[in-house]
Design a protein around this ligand. Structure first.
Ligand SMILES: NC(=O)C1=CN([C@@H]2O[C@H](COP(=O)(O)OP(=O)(O)OC[C@H]3O[C@@H](n4cnc5c(N)ncnc54)[C@H](O)[C@@H]3O)[C@@H](O)[C@H]2O)C=CC1
Ligand SMILES: CC(=O)C(=O)O
Ligand SMILES: [K+]
Ligand SMILES: [Mn+2]
Length: 353
C-alpha cells in the first residue's frame, strides 16, 4: 500500500467549505486505485487562530508541515479580522518561502459546460509558470517618516538562480505540451529587473531546441490573453505578473473558482503545496455556494505530483463530465451548491469502483 501523508490547512472563508470535498475525493480515489492511501493531519491555522494566539501558525508549525509528503491549502485571509499582509505573510507566503516552493504552476483551459465570458472563445489550454519565491513579493524595504513626508520603499528581488529555475521549468513543461514558451516581461518600464529577466530568458531558451519562444510586455500580454488565449501554451512570469495573469486566466475560463495551483519544491527538501488560485471569498463565505472545482482540481495536480497521473486524468475527466452536464455553482451560471457539485463528482467517481 502506497501511503501519502498530507497536511491539510483549510484556512479562512470558503477554504473550509471546499476543502472537505477535496478530502472525500482523495478517499474515493484511494479506494478506486486499491493500493493508495491518504493520511491527513489537520491544522486550524488562519485568521481565527491569529485572534486566539496572536500568530497565524504555531511556533513549531513549519516542523509539523515539513513531515508531510504534501500540503493541501484552501485560502488564507480575512481582512475583517487580520490585515491581509499580516495573514498572508504569516502563513501562505511563509510556507512558500521557507519551503522554497520556487515554482507555482497554474493551468487554465476551456472546461466543457462552463461558459467563458468571451463571446467566442477558441479552444485554449495553457499553463502559467509563476516564479514563486522572490520578485515583487519580497519583504525587503521599509517605511520612514510619518505624515505627509512618509516614504515606503519596496525592493524587488530577482536572482539569476530563481529566475532561471522558473524559466527552465517552463521550457521542460512546454516540451510535453505544445512547445511554445512566452515570457511575460516589462523591460520597457522596469529599468533593471526586467532587462535582466529578458537576458536570462534568451540565455535559457538557447538551451532548449525545438521550443518556440515569444516575449510580450505584461500589459499587452494581459490584453491578448483575454482576446486570444488560444495563442498561449506555457507562460513564464515573475511572482506578481504571474499572480495577475492567472486570475485573468481563471476569469476567461469562466470563474476564479475553477483554477488550481501547485506550489512546487524542486530540491526535495520540503513538501510541495496545492491550493486553488482563489482566496477566501468573504463576499460569499458561509452561503454554501463556493465553486469546489478549483480545490478539486488541486487534488488532480497533487495526484500527478505523486506519480498517479492515471488517477489524476480520471478525476479531471469526471469533473469535466459534471460541468458538461450543467451541474454548476452560481459563479459559472448554475444553481447548484458546493455540496451538490462536489457530491456529483464523488457519485460519478464511485461508479468507477
Ligand atoms: N492564496 C490565497 O490564499 C489567497 C488569499 N487571498 C485573500 O483572500 C481574501 C479575499 O481576497 P479577494 O481579493 O476578494 O479574492 P478572492 O479570490 O477571495 O475573491 C475574488 C472574487 O471571486 C469570487 N470567488 C473566489 N473564489 C470563488 C469560488 N471558489 N467560487 C465562487 N466564487 C469565488 C469571490 O466571491 C470574489 O467575488 C483576502 O484576504 C486576500 O488576501 C487572495 C488571493 C489568494
Ligand atoms: C496571494 C495571491 O493572490 C496568490 O498567491 O495568488
Ligand atoms: K488559495
Ligand atoms: Mn492571486
Amino acid at each position: 500500500m502506497k501511503k501519502i501523508k498530507l497536511t491539510v490547512i483549510p484556512g479562512d472563508g470558503i477554504g473550509s467549505e471546499v476543502m472537505p470535498h477535496a478530502l472525500d475525493i482523495l478517499d474515493v480515489i484511494g479506494e478506486i486505485h486499491g493500493g493508495l492511501d491518504f493520511e491527513y493531519e489537520h491544522f486550524d491555522y488562519g485568521c481565527d487562530y491569529y485572534l486566539k494566539h496572536g500568530k497565524m501558525m504555531a511556533d513549531d508549525g513549519m516542523e509539523h508541515l515539513a513531515e508531510s509528503d504534501s500540503i493541501l491549502l484552501g485560502a488564507v485571509g480575512d481582512a475583517s479580522k487580520v490585515p491581509d499582509h499580516i495573514s498572508l505573510w504569516g502563513l501562505l507566503l511563509k510556507i512558500r518561502q521557507e519551503f522554497e516552493l520556487a515554482i507555482n504552476v497554474r493551468p487554465a483551459k476551456v472546461f466543457r459546460g462552463i461558459d467563458s465570458p468571451l463571446s467566442a472563445p477558441e479552444d485554449f489550454d495553457l499553463v502559467v509558470v509563476r516564479e514563486n519565491s522572490e520578485g515583487e513579493y519580497s519583504s525587503v524595504g521599509g517605511r520612514m517618516y510619518r505624515g505627509d513626508d512618509e516614504i515606503a520603499i519596496q525592493n524587488n528581488v530577482f536572482s539569476k538562480r530563481a529566475t532561471k529555475q522558473a524559466m527552465e521549468y517552463a521550457f521542460k513543461l512546454s516540451a510535453g505540451r505544445s512547445h511554445h514558451v512566452t515570457s511575460a516581461t516589462k523591460s520597457n518600464g522596469i529599468f533593471h529587473a526586467m532587462p535582466f529577466w529578458d537576458e536570462v530568458f534568451s540565455e535559457t531558451s538557447a538551451q532548449y531546441e525545438g521550443i518556440r519562444t515569444s516575449q510580450q510586455h505584461i500589459d499587452a500580454l494581459a490584453a491578448s490573453l483575454v482576446t486570444h488565449p488560444q495563442r498561449y501554451d506555457t507562460i513564464v512570469a515573475s511572482n506578481l505578473f504571474g499572480d495577475i495573469l492567472t486570475d485573468i486566466g481563471a476569469a476567461i475560463m469562466g470563474s476564479i473558482g475553477i483554477a488550481p495551483s501547485a506550489n512546487l519544491n524542486l530540491n526535495d527538501k520540503s513538501p510541495s503545496m496545492f491550493e486553488p488560485v482563489h482566496g477566501s471569498a468573504p463576499d460569499i463565505a458561509g452561503r454554501g455556494i463556493a465553486n469546489p472545482i478549483g480545490q478539486i482540481w488541486t487534488v488532480k495536480m497533487l495526484l500527478d505530483h505523486h506519480g498517479e497521473e492515471e488517477m489524476g486524468s480520471m478525476l479531471l475527466n469526471t469533473m469535466e463530465s459534471v460541468t458538461a452536464d450543467g451541474i454548476l455553482t452560481p459563479d459559472v451560471g448554475g444553481g447548484a451548491s458546493t455540496d451538490e457539485v462536489a457530491g456529483e463528482v464523488i457519485k460519478r467517481l464511485k461508479r468507477k469502483m
